[in-house]
Write a protein of this length. Structure first.
Length: 441
């Protein structure tokens, strides 16, 4: 009996003690880090902030404080050594799963492309890209793997499969392929999780819902011809306003938006009229359509370097696109379009190593500060369009409450953005969500 009482009393004491210990561990505040002796590019201003230090608490930026204060109150102190602190870079148009050549992607086990993606996102994070918006591919799994810490890489905003019409951008079927409606197998592009063929408003709506069901943070449609497609000349307009609007409504029901692959003015106008919020590529846009884009508050995600690469590779349709770029960029400057950094370089792992040259190629049209804003503040504002589907906090800025995705460069990138394109020489520190990924200070 005495043994029973002793055991019971001990159990009771432990039971009473556990909630207190548990509450104490839960209440433990996240660690704080002070980053000092840096000049700050905040992602939205072309002027550096000086005389301020940055306080990181857990995974977010807690505040900016006056420089020179007592550092003893912080758990960690990072000495910036006079470097230049910027937000992490955001690539708003990336394709993680189509880095290898097109024949390789289509004719080898899909898992090979997944391994290539894992290799490349690690490399991309090491270049200072802390977030990507994946614009066609099975990236929801990649996002989970990175968020769980299974592999290193940037944050991922997955679009799922790009939705396309029959004979559209993602229709790569062999002429002998029997359509699904006639009893044929699903197209290979669907089986690999990159493209989805849908015709008519009802099919497009269902296709959009399928992507949302599988974790998409936004929906991607192809609404004009493409450079890399096999059945769609650049001048082709794809999808009607009603079809595009069906996707927009499905996305809106989930609190998010539609992005569209589009080059020519007809497709761009249809998409804007239907409520799409980002125009991908858009190199052949005309003046009236650019004005409409700005009026609608939409974002423009063009490419310069990728088109130059495709032109050198002999892709015939790239020539038409490249010829429109000068005019399109001039219109963007004239009307103050919200331009965003996106690379879209595909189908060649060696060429993908040059992806940061997109920053340098834009110097023909924009100043270095403008380009950095495109890759940080503007891109972060675009990602925020995903609203209730946004899996992360505010990105692309150094402000109170924003995610602590931060870089330190040894030279001033506002003087020349080419500094950012050479991370192996200039990038000293990478922090993602308050966690150091690299520190060579």
């Amino acid at each position: 009996m005495k043994i029973f009482v002793v055991v019971a009393m001990a159990t009771l004491v432990m039971a009473l003690a556990l909630p207190a210990a548990w509450a104490e561990s839960v209440a433990s505040p996240p660690p704080t880090t002070l980053i000092r002796n840096v000049s700050i590019f905040n992602g939205t201003s072309e002027t550096l902030i000086t005389g301020k230090d940055v306080v990181v608490k857990g995974e977010v930026i807690e505040t900016l404080v006056e420089s020179g204060g007592d550092a003893s109150a912080y758990d960690h102190v990072i000495e910036g050594k006079g470097g230049y602190l910027t937000p992490g870079l955001i690539d708003a148009h990336y394709h993680a799963f189509i880095g290898p050549s097109f024949p390789e992607v289509m004719n080898q086990p899909f898992i090979v492309s997944h391994y290539a993606a894992a290799m490349e996102v690690k490399d991309y994070l090491e270049r200072g890209v802390t977030t990507i918006r994946e614009m066609a591919g099975p990236a929801a799994g990649l996002q989970i793997a990175i968020d769980k810490g299974y592999i290193p890489g940037p944050r991922v905003y997955p679009s799922g499969m790009m939705i396309t019409q029959t004979s559209g951008h993602m229709d790569f079927r062999n002429p002998n392929h029997l359509p699904k409606e006639m009893g044929g197998a699903a197209p290979l592009i669907e089986m690999m999780g990159t493209g989805y063929l849908a015709d008519g408003a009802d099919e497009v709506r269902k296709a959009a819902r399928e992507q949302l069901s599988n974790g998409a943070t936004q929906i991607k449609l192809a609404v004009t011809g493409s450079v890399t497609g096999t059945k769609d000349p650049i001048f082709v307009a794809e999808y009607t306003v009603d079809e595009i609007r069906a996707a927009v409504e499905a996305a809106a029901d989930f609190g998010t938006y539609v992005a569209v692959h589009a080059y020519n003015p007809t497709g761009i106008r249809r998409a804007l009229e239907a409520g799409a919020m980002t125009i991908e590529h858009g190199n052949l846009i005309d003046e009236e359509t650019m004005k409409l884009l700005v009026e609608k508050g939409a974002f423009w995600v063009p490419q310069v370097w990728a088109d130059e690469v495709y032109l050198k590779q002999g892709l015939k349709k790239a020539k038409v696109v490249a010829e429109g770029t000068d005019t399109a960029m001039g219109l963007a400057k004239k009307y103050g379009a919200k331009v965003v950094f996106g690379t879209d370089l595909m189908f060649d792992l060696e060429n993908r190593k040059t992806v940061m040259q997109e920053l340098v190629a834009r110097k023909k049209y924009f100043s270095s500060p403008e380009i950095l804003i495109q890759a940080t503040g503007n891109a972060g504002a675009l990602l925020a369009l995903s609203g209730k589907r946004n899996p992360y906090g505010r990105l692309g800025v150094i402000e109170e409450g924003a995610m602590a995705d931060l870089l330190i460069y040894s030279a001033n990138p506002l003087e020349d953005v080419a500094i950012v394109a050479k991370p192996e020489d200039n990038l000293m520190l990478i922090m993602k969500g308050g966690v150091l990924q690299k520190n060579e200070l």
